[in-house]
Design a protein around this ligand. Structure first.
Ligand code: RUB
Length: 313
């Protein structure tokens, strides 16, 4: 039986009350911990079955950010014990160490990403990425002055969240509409984005519009830096699977009134897109920075065991 915390977390992820790959991963680990704590399973097999069901419920919310299944895998694979009590304790420990690793990874990649930013640099952002912002924060903490051109990021305007965060850090922000991205590339030193998933060939899956920005940046000679902790590496792509791109509701694009006025056109609303590796200069992880084409080595090292998914029966 899936507990109330798991249900409400799943709903919040689906509705984007909880959003962004790292934040989703943390919330999923928290929810599994809550499931374990609240469980009244009568025996270890029932406990494990409950945890698998909760994991499946969380996994089915949004398909693109691999940090979500990676977080669920981590907790389920670390379940250990012969009794419900020991299994419960192992779930709580796993969720805690997952959170610690996530925080540490973000701090470490921030330090590495900050080394790419010089005093006085201007970055252009797209969407809201805590991994990308960790690089800006570390650069500021190193005493560098950083400014930002923040893309609004339609239709959900996550650029506002980025601008708010940067305001709190006293980083001067210029907000632009998405279509002005190429125009302002001449005024920035880096494009700095996060990732929901990184594929084995080094492709970067991130908020829709990232690929258009990266292609323009290459044309203008502006380096594209992707900040993505290794939690964003997508293990299924090692065996030829592609990353599913989430299609969201058309009401994010057109209100009911607009729809009616326009004669109910078809609406497509992909939440993410794929940036091929040739448009990316560096993927910054907590293990160092990598040219996108070499990320597969790290992916094999961390996820190459090829075992079955822990939530399947
Ligand atoms: C969020 C998005 C972010 C990545 C990385 O999309 O594309 O760039 O998730 O974020 P959405 P982080 O708003 O649709 O979830 O670095 O915080 O993991």
């Amino acid at each position: 039986m899936v507990n109330e915390d798991v249900r409400s977390t799943a709903e919040d992820i689906a509705e984007m009350e909880i959003r962004g790959a790292a934040t989703i991963a943390r919330a999923a680990a928290d929810a599994l911990e809550s499931q374990a704590r609240a469980s009244d399973a009568s025996d270890p097999a029932a406990f494990r079955a409950e945890m698998r069901e909760a994991a499946r419920h969380l996994r089915d919310t949004r398909p693109t950010a691999v940090s979500l299944p990676n977080s669920l895998r981590y907790v389920l694979r670390n379940l250990d014990g012969e009794t419900v009590a020991t299994l419960r304790a192992s779930a709580v420990d796993a969720a805690e160490s997952f959170r610690d690793q996530l925080d540490r990874a973000q701090d470490d990649l921030g330090e590495i990403g900050a080394n790419r930013l010089r005093d006085g640099d201007v970055v252009m952002t797209h969407c809201h990425s805590t991994d990308a912002l960790a690089c800006v924060k570390a650069a500021i903490d190193d005493g560098k002055h950083i400014e930002a051109v923040v893309k609004e990021t339609r239709p959900r305007k996550q650029g506002h969240i980025t601008a708010e965060q940067l305001r709190d850090w006293d980083v001067p922000v210029t907000m632009i509409v998405d279509n002005a991205g190429r125009r302002y590339l001449d005024e920035v030193d880096h494009v700095l984005v996060g990732a929901d998933s990184i594929a084995a060939d080094g492709s970067v899956i991130n908020k829709v519009g990232t690929s258009m920005l990266a292609v323009s940046a290459r044309e203008r000679g502006v380096p594209v830096m992707v900040a993505a902790q290794t939690l964003k590496l997508h293990p299924d792509t090692l065996t030829g699977h592609t990353v599913e791109i989430e299609m969201r509701d058309e009401t994010e694009v057109l209100s009911d009134d607009d729809r009616e006025r326009l004669g109910s056109p078809d609406v497509e609303n992909p939440a993410f897109d794929v940036t091929p590796p040739r448009y990316v200069d560096a993927i910054v992880t907590e293990r160092g920075q990598f040219p996108p084409e070499s990320i597969v080595t790290l992916m094999r090292e961390l996820y190459g065991d090829g075992t079955t998914e822990p939530w399947t029966e």
